[in-house]
Design a protein around this ligand. Sequence first.
Ligand SMILES: C[S@@+](CC[C@H](N)C(=O)[O-])C[C@H]1O[C@@H](n2cnc3c(N)ncnc32)[C@H](O)[C@@H]1O
Length: 869
Amino acid sequence: MNAFRAMKALGINEKQVKPVLKKMLKLYEKNWELIEEENYRALADAIFDEEESKVPDKNDNATEGTFEEETLISSELEQPLKRLRRGQDGQGSSSPNNSDLGLTGSPLKKPKVEVKALPGAKSQQQSLDMRNSQPSPISPQNLMGNMSSQTISPSRLAVQEHSHQHDLPDMSGALPTDSFLPRKQPSYKGKEPLLPEAAPQDKRPNLKGSSQAVRFKDLIVQPGIVLSPKQKVPDTCSLIKPKDEPFTGDVPFNDVPQPIAIIRPGKLIQPLENQGIGGYCLQNVKTAINVSLIVSSTFKDSASKDHSIIQRVSPGKQHLQEPPSSQFLAGEDREENIPVSSSPTRDSCKLATIPEEAPASLEIATSALGEVKISLSCNSMLGRPNFHMPSQDELLQSMQEKCLRSYKILDPNFSVMQMLKDMCECFLDLATDSSHESQERILNVTPALDLLKKSAGEKNHVPAYIANGSVDGVAALQISRPLQSLNGLEVVKLSEAIGSGKENEFRDAEFGSLIVVPQCQLTPDEFRSLHYHTDITKGEEMFEIPWSNEVNSKFPPYFNYIPRNLIFQNAYANFTLSQIRAENCCSACIGNCLSSSTPCVCSSDAEHGFAYTLEGFVKEDFLEDCISLTRDSQRQCLSYCRDCPLERSKNDEMLEPCKGHMKRKYIKECWSKCGCHKQCGNRVVQRGIRCKLQVFFTPEGKGWGLRTLEMLAKGTFVCEYVGEILTNKEFYERKMQRTSSNKTEKHAYPVILDADWCLKGFVKDEEALCLDATFYGNVARFINHRCLDANMIEIPVKIETPDHHYYHLAFFTTREVNALEELTWDYGIDFDDTDQPVEVFQCRCGSKFCRNMKRSNSKLILTLYEAWG
Ligand SMILES: C[S@@+](CC[C@H](N)C(=O)[O-])C[C@H]1O[C@@H](n2cnc3c(N)ncnc32)[C@H](O)[C@@H]1O
């Protein structure tokens, strides 16, 4: 009698109860305890299923065939339709398993889990085999107050269940709270709390005959899931949209059964059932807004592919706007004031009852297949007169702006939306125990190169954002570092990266502007490098020089950027004014020395006059002279010291003979004691870097390199080699120290300033200088070597001191260089000599003149002949 009474409370009459109860008693071997549990929950479920099974569904028949076929093929796969309860069209589905039992979807065998869906949120069900099935993301209609709940039964579980049909379940089996994977399947059968107050007939439009609840045949059991018949939802309110199909508003609802289940582990989150919310509550902001991660089922009805089940919720204001009265359903639903679509196809849709304080929710992001989604739901704010639900776009835009303001981070490839989607994917990976997959997952970012290429052609191959003086848009940090976990994600603040007033530029950028890096993988140096993402010069140069890595996840080595050489300690490089003798400066000049008919004393060459053209390039003949002196062995002039400072610095007892020093041509520039204007054409190198450059990771295995972002004419000054001015003795000591302390700076960056050594009989130690850019240097430290035909040449430039032993080393282009071409120079390295200041490396310059390539001498000579005509 108690059973009948309990069922009556649910609006189920005796006639319906009797046959089912009979079957249950038989099945349970008259074990009333099992049947009574949870206030006859199992019985109720069985009756619902029985009711549904009474109405034959021709689609289901078709599906059934499919199912059996598929079961044969793979026990992993189960056709979605098989798992569905039919909608209000009165079609009930029956599964083979259910038929076996005589109780459609008997909870005894296939217990179902009904979980409350996030009211107003797009509720979805998760087929755990979603990866095996055709992707068809579900985006159920998001209606305020649309309280959905369905029965879920993933196919993998189904398979397990089949083999355990008679192990009548220990329903109390606890499950891990952190996984959605079907483990040894516990069954809720008869143990799930049946909430009598949640199951009155009038609140359950789908219970009788034309059940609208969508049900899987099998069960996902998740901790924290509360089953409630009340939560059954009209499936017409939640439609499935295949990923590749656009949303159309005119999809017939009746054709669209949607399995939905929201799975909510208990511990992670506060119970949401009272709020009518299903899902993971990741954050609970003062009870007002919940961020929910919802796991939903994604599957495709293979038997009715043409249904192209569609319903993508477009969260937006419309979800919360007062619906016109015509949009309320008649009868009990009208009383509930449930807004529904005005679509005529919805007429037959009965909606689930919602609580008075119906929460509203906004879908934010979903995983690729729609299995996991993030939505925001608002509860207590709902009643406020000024409350309106922002649209997804509004929210993301606002969030984006907030991030820009707060973090001042720029990365063209990152967006808030992408981050949230990644979060869904990470969640999915973790939840399905595929953490190893997530390790390999790579943040999908558009290479900076692509951006540049896209823009090439606009303005002489110069990207627009470069042409207008801003290189922010190309400061594309390429992060392809594996994401370790959700927790490993961090939005890094780059407060120094953008100067004030730059924010607007960032905001206007085409892409989002955050950098996401895995928190735990950054070394302090990497972190610092990241800070200089937009400008490796840290603002020291006139123009920013960004860096980019399209090859791997490495960061540039950390170093101190200095725009001018600095004396380390013992080097003798006197820059004092008193050092500059009158005869070495053009104090009488005015304006631009280059415009003068007769070259002043500051001209570089008595024969050719000034080294620069009026346009600021190195003159063709001067340049060619420099090039041939460097490249043409026949013209190359080496001088040999009797007592070579390089050899002396090694402190060896036995000094080796001098290896020779190359004679070079100088450029002399005007300086402080000169009378000319600061814009005088004979002041080029001292004005600093003017080209748009980028540090990038070379794909050929040379490490970092430097490239130009714009086309450079022949003879253009690119940059000078800047570093600490060391005596060679000091450099050698450093080198030894590094070796003995096992400090393995990957590269050493010395350049010997030996251009005048051949002029002197004896060079003192403090005058035998080099530039070391290992710790302090400028962007030139990234320039890689290229044998012979490099596109830059280094030319000694005398600026503030007449001394020959100290000079600047400036790089000029040897030919026209295209945008995005790597800038290289010939280090002059002898690859057969391991005893050199620069460590010998395996050359990957790619030049056909490469001195490090294993080839016969005759071939090399032939190539050289070809090159020099
Ligand atoms: C001045 S650094 C150039 C910047 C360096 N690639 C980096 O990642 O910092 C010189 C070092 O770069 C590498 N390198 C330069 N040119 C190279 C080439 N043609 N082939 C291979 N490695 C090269 C060598 O390791 C060399 O010691």
